[in-house]
Write a protein that binds this ligand. Sequence first.
Ligand code: PLP
Length: 293
Amino acid sequence: MTRFAYVNGRYETQSAASVSIEDRGYQFADGVYEVVALWNGCPIDLLGHMDRLERSMAEVQFPNPPSRMALKVIARELVRLNRIRTGILYIQINRGAAPRNHPFPGDHINCSVVMTVRHGLGPSDTEIENGVALKVEEDQRWRRRDIKTIGLLPNVLTKQAAKSVGAFEALLVNPDGTVTEASAANVWLVDAGGDLVTRPLGLDILGGITRARVMALAADAGRKVREATFTLDQVLAAREVFLTGTTTFVLPVTKIDHTVIANGHPGEIACDLRDRYQAFLNAHEPDTSWHVG
Ligand code: PLP
């Protein structure tokens, strides 16, 4: 049986329905969703689901969220088109399609709205009769920052918070007071003795390719690099602070919230490392450096 989906104003067969590859749900997991049980063709606890959906949309600051009345009309039509009695209604609302960039794309971009339905609901008869087994696992949701996942909603929200106060990036601090990284870059400081310090690899940061490159360039320059955790206070009191990343290269930081770092000018060591990184870039002859193995 043909199944219909709803995508941004259109009811289409599920096989034909598609979203833009610039969709922020796809690019950043910058979206929220609900799954509603359908029983006798009726959505179960729709009020609770709509309340939670509206709360989720408000928490992630969608500028033009669809109304619950509009969503209800779409859902009802989809259930009718698919002739579902018992099944599942899936609703995804995301921040819409825009050129890929972490901060919010602006109020002129409409949310994407996708709905699908599916026949069938619940565990099997055997599972219900026999009960089911569980396995204990550490709750690591949002804590595996070492994986370069597209689940970037926390990064999007923190980057936007930084942008909203005119800052370039967000400096992220763990509950224990130690600094992890920025929303899309690794963080470094230069201590009073002139040593470079950056957080050790682990679950708390993404292992930056630029971080590794800058470590090698710093070693070539005879500088000492220490991989150690450090606190926000240590960053604020540092001789220099800088970021590294694929698109930022080596970027000096001169201010964090209201605190000016050192004399408020890009540090000498950060600038030297940026020059060395630039030289490393320039050493690439056109078309000769595609080594991946
Ligand atoms: N940390 C995070 C969270 C990032 O998203 C990125 C890059 O996007 C980095 C660090 C820097 O990594 P790389 O130097 O590989 O770009």
